[in-house]
Design a protein. Structure first.
Length: 91
């Protein structure tokens, strides 16, 4: 798990308070973007999730980062800015 340095994010004009640290979602992304489908040194996508609260709902906030297999960035080095949010889902 990684601590996100801000306690709120903004997505599609809604402000979301983050309640828990981000962690890998465990979801396998499609084909060539999947960790298990690439060779060492090749790029893949890594999905992370944190949970929080919008004005009305409990939500899951998802980020997708490009990584290089075997040379992954530490979570603290990933860009957790609002512009990197992939989607927000009501939970």
């Amino acid at each position: 798990m990684t601590e996100i340095e801000t306690d709120t994010v903004k997505f599609e004009n809604q402000k979301i308070r983050i309640d828990r640290d981000a962690q890998p979602s465990g979801r396998l992304l499609p084909n060539c973007h999947n960790y298990h489908e690439v060779e060492m040194g090749d790029k893949y996508w890594s999905e992370w999730v944190a949970y929080g609260r919008s004005e009305d709902d409990d939500v899951a906030i998802y980020w997708i980062f490009e990584q290089s297999k075997g040379e992954e960035d530490e979570p603290d080095m990933l860009d957790w800015s609002d512009s990197n949010i992939d989607r927000v889902e009501i939970v």
